[in-house]
Design a binder for this molecule. Structure first.
Ligand SMILES: [Zn+2]
Length: 60
């Protein structure tokens, strides 16, 4: 069996693990209603995307 020549340094371990570290989702502010929503989706509270009405939302 092939064995590693030297052990992985703490720095290299951290560099490897940084690739699959959890990052908080980037929330954007809706220009219409100001609610915090993730990018590239229609706003769930007012139904607009790129300042255009794209989905119908029931206003309670
Ligand atoms: Zn909105």
């Amino acid at each position: 069996m092939a064995a590693p020549k030297r052990r992985t340094s703490k720095s290299k371990q951290k560099m490897r693990l940084a690739g699959n570290r959890w990052r908080k989702p980037l929330l954007k502010e809706c220009p219409e209603c100001g609610s915090r929503i993730p990018g590239h989706i229609a706003c769930p509270s007012c139904g607009t995307y790129r300042e255009r009405q794209v989905i119908e939302v029931d206003v309670l």
